[in-house]
Every structure is written in structure tokens, then in C-alpha cells.
Design a protein around this ligand. Structure first.
Ligand code: NAG
Ligand code: NAG
Length: 456
């Protein structure tokens, strides 16, 4: 079967802009490894089922948490460059029932809790003492979009619910929510001055990817860097199949402590500081929020003057003007595909569409954008087809500034909540397709830049 091939090149500059006063600005990175420039890499892997848990481990693979973290010396007298790995393959293969240092009694025999604690354990092995705070790793996140609704496994907007009739989500039958195989190419020296490593595998547990990937799902993340030069380059491949038509693969920077986006438990990460802001916010909400851009030019336009239900209530211009969606003369309908509100919001403006309540531990909210000239100032695609198949390009995205200009729900009458992004994901979601789809993209120079006023 012919597969669609999407190739993207991304250079991501993520800016969290905190504007308080019109004064001088100082910018600093929130990351342990700003722009991915250190030769010593810290990277981890995690597999998620539909509700962001493990559910069941894949046979022989252990808990779907792994890491590749090494120290590096470029000037070893006899041996030349030397990598000293901190995580062993035995650590990576740890699975439910196998003890490790610090594991709780509760976690030992519960696959979901075990994975949470394994991540903390791997974090302790990888931890680097930053100049400000300790930090742990980048996170490769892989998610299977199958949901067996007969399992009653996923909560609805965070609340427990029973099983319900199949049909709303893809699932080929029992076992459709499985975790993938995981092969680890430990980072090593390639040639004289190149470092290379990776993770790869498939959800099709019986399949051998060495025999080719026709008809089966596949994922691959390979990281490479020239010693002493530039940024790590992460090359991704993600392929769906009939049995696994909805897959997601991201590279993520998480806060080093506390909950990350889409989680309900403590995680480890890359962001040493997630709040360098001098502003003091007011309201905190418990919602996973997405700002996504759909770049497939065949995407039908949903948000329109005749379908306000698919539009956010208003658009916010760079100078903070709100344009309501019923303002047909001015609202940029072509810039939005779809908006859905969190299921726990109590005062929604009608008409409104509610987001899928199952695919996250907490309620979620999505703003789906389309390429449009108004996004040009944030570095995003401006025309249908930009960056799509046959148009590979490098993008420098200002995700933070864009996200600060998007509508997200708040109770009416409350002053604007401070938006705290504890995780920033960059990646691709191949959403339910009846063909095998292959997406490929590379990512480098990832940074999270905090801007703060230096005087009042
Ligand atoms: C910091 O970032 C802001 C916003 O992007 C920019 O206007 C400013 O010039 C930057 N300041 C410095 C010192 O680079
Ligand atoms: C447009 O929507 C806003 C916000 O819901 C509302 O206040 C206003 O009355 C609406 N205008 C028209 C002409 O319907």
C-alpha cells in the first residue's frame, strides 16, 4: 500500500514572553541544555496508552520508560573522545515486579505506578547539577491513539467511568492499547567526531522491523551531533498502519519537578526554571491545553461564519484587540480549523464543541490553527501546502508568543490567568487514517526563552 510521506524540518525557538512593562528586556533560557548544544546528552523515552498510562507492558520490554544519558570527555589522552553512560540496559529493561532503588511497595506490582517511579529513578541517574537547579532529560513521548472502550480504562474528564459501546475510537479488538517494542541504539562515537544514538520500534508485537515496515506501525528517533559544533539534531519517523491508525510522537521539555502537561503525577525534565516571571498571576486551572497547526492542505475548513461552533469565541490581535467570531467582517476564519472547550468549564459561550474527555487524565482544550498570513509574525506557515509533502523547509517557530495570543477558556469576569506551560512538546500526530501514513521531521536548537523586564 502506498504511504503518504511528510517531511518537515524544524528549528524550534520557543519563546515564553512575559510582558509586564514597556521597558528593557533580558532574555535567558529555562533549559538545562539551551539550544541542545552540549555534547553530553540527556534523553529519555516514554510510551503512553490512550489515557496517558501504561495499561500493560509489552512482553520482554520492561516498563516503557528508558533513558540514554552520558558524560563526555573529548580529550582522553589515549582513547580520544570517551562517553561514560549513566543508564545501563538493565536499568532500561526494568519492568513491573522488579525492584530498584527507591521503588515504593505500591509501585512494585502496579504497571502504571511502576512507570511513574521508574521515570523518577532514571531521572536520578541522569540528573545534572545546573547552575541554578538540577535538571534531568529531554523526553521522547510516543502515544498510541487506540481506545478499547470496553475496557473502561480511561477516565472521562478526570472522573472514573465504566465501559461503553465501541465505535467512537479506533481499536482492532482486545489488546489494541498495547505498548510498543523498544530498541535502543546506545549513543556512541561514529567516525572521529560524530555522536549518534536512537530509539525505535513498532506496536505490532509479532513483527520484526528488520524485515521492513510495510503494513506495520513504526517509530524512530535518531539523535546526532558533531562534537563541539552546533546543536543535536533529532530525526523522527512515525508510521501508522491499519491496526494503529492514530499515533503521536513528540520531543518534550518538561519542568524538572511537579506535574507536566497531560500528567497527573510528578515527572522529570529539562526546564530548570518554569517561572522567571516578575508578574504575579491570579487563577490556576487544571486543563491540558494544545495549540496545534494542521498543515495537511486537504484539511477541510471547519471554522467559518456559518459554523461558529468550530471557532474560538474571539481572536486576539498582536496589540491585544479582541475580534469576536460573530464579527464576520474582521474575524480571520481561515486561520482557525477547530476549537473545543474543556469538559469541566462551567460558563461556556454557546455554541461550543467539547473536547474528547478520555484521551487525557484531565480535561483538555484544543485550538487548531491553519496556515494563514496572520501567523507569519510567529514564524508559522502562512499558505496551504507550506511545509507539506514536497516542500521540505526549516521553520523557526515562536511557540510561546503565539500561544500567549490564543483564546483559552476562563470563567467570565475573572482577570486573565497567568499561563504556565510546564511542558512544551514539539512533534507530529497522525490522526486516524485509512492508509499507512509516514511522517518524518527533524528538530534542533530547541530552547525555552524567558523574557523579563530588567527595570520598571
Ligand atoms: C529579548 O527578547 C525580546 C522579545 O523577543 C526582544 O524584543 C529583545 O530585544 C530581547 N532582548 C535582548 C537583550 O536580546
Ligand atoms: C457578538 O458576540 C458577542 C460576544 O458573545 C456579543 O456580546 C455580541 O452581542 C454579538 N454581536 C452580535 C451582532 O450578535
Amino acid at each position: 500500500m502506498g504511504s503518504h510521506h511528510l517531511v518537515l524540518f524544524l528549528t524550534t525557538i520557543v519563546l515564553l514572553v512575559v510582558d509586564c512593562f514597556n521597558t528593557a528586556f533580558a532574555n535567558f533560557s529555562a533549559l538545562g541544555d539551551p539550544r541542545m548544544k552540549r555534547d553530553e546528552l540527556r534523553v529519555a523515552f516514554e510510551g503512553w496508552n490512550f489515557c496517558n498510562e501504561v495499561g500493560k507492558e509489552a512482553p520482554g520490554m520492561g516498563s516503557p520508560r528508558a533513558a540514554d544519558c552520558f558524560d563526555f570527555s573529548s580529550k582522553h589522552k589515549k582513547k580520544g573522545p570517551v562517553l561514560k553512560h549513566r543508564v545501563s540496559e538493565a536499568d532500561n529493561k526494568l519492568g513491573v515486579g522488579k525492584p530498584f532503588h527507591g521503588l515504593s511497595r505500591k509501585g512494585l506490582n502496579n504497571v502504571d505506578l511502576y512507570a511513574v517511579e521508574k521515570e523518577l529513578y532514571l531521572g536520578s541517574l541522569c540528573e545534572d547539577r545546573g547552575s541554578r537547579n538540577p535538571w534531568q532529560f529531554w523526553m521522547v513521548m510516543l502515544k498510541n491513539g487506540n481506545y478499547d472502550t470496553n475496557s473502561g480504562l480511561c477516565p472521562e474528564n478526570g472522573k472514573r467511568v465504566g465501559p461503553f459501546k465501541p465505535g467512537r475510537f479506533p481499536c482492532f479488538g482486545k489488546g489494541c492499547m498495547n505498548q510498543p517494542t523498544l530498541y535502543h541504539l546506545k549513543t556512541s562515537l561514529v567516525g572521529v567526531n560524530q555522536l549518534r544514538g536512537g530509539f525505535s520500534g513498532t506496536y505490532d508485537l509479532g513483527a520484526d522491523v528488520r524485515g521492513g515496515i510495510d503494513g506495520i506501525s513504526y517509530y524512530e528517533v535518531v539523535w546526532e551531533k558533531k562534537i563541539g559544533v552546533g546543536s543535536w539534531v533529532f530525526s523522527h519517523k512515525l508510521k501508522t498502519s491499519k491496526k494503529y491508525p492514530w499515533l503521536m510522537l513528540y520531543l518534550r521539555a518538561d519542568a524538572t519537578k511537579g506535574f507536566s502537561g497531560g500528567y497527573h503525577y510528578d515527572t522529570r525534565g529539562m526546564m530548570e526554571i518554569n517561572n522567571g516571571a516578575p508578574c504575579d498571576g491570579d487563577v490556576l486551572t487544571d486543563v491540558t491545553r494544545y495549540s496545534e497547526m494542521i498543515i495537511n492542505p486537504q484539511t477541510r475548513v471547519w471554522c467559518s461564519p456559518n459554523s461558529l461552533i468550530s471557532c474560538p469565541p474571539f481572536h486576539i490581535t498582536p496589540n491585544n484587540k479582541k475580534i469576536y467570531r460573530n464579527n464576520t467582517a474582521s474575524f480571520p476564519y481561515g486561520a482557525y480549523h477547530y476549537y473545543c472547550a474543556p469538559g469541566n468549564a462551567k460558563h461556556l459561550e454557546q455554541p461550543v464543541s467539547i473536547c474528547d474527555p478520555y484521551s487525557n487524565p484531565q480535561a483538555q482544550e484544543l485550538v487548531q490553527l491553519l496556515p494563514h498570513p496572520i501567523w507569519a509574525r510567529y514564524g508559522y506557515p502562512t499558505k496551504p501546502g507550506d511545509g507539506w509533502v514536497g516542500d521540505p523547509r526549516t521553520w523557526e517557530l515562536d511557540v510561546g508568543r503565539l500561544s500567549s495570543r490564543l483564546y483559552f477558556y476562563q470563567d467570565p469576569g475573572t482577570s486573565p490567568a497567568k499561563r504556565i506551560w510546564t511542558s512544551i512538546d514539539m512533534g507530529t500526530e497522525v490522526f486516524v487514517s485509512d492508509k499507512d501514513e509516514m511522517a518524518e521531521w527533524t528538530l534542533s536548537d530547541f530552547d525555552v526563552i524567558l523574557t523579563t523586564s530588567t527595570s520598571e
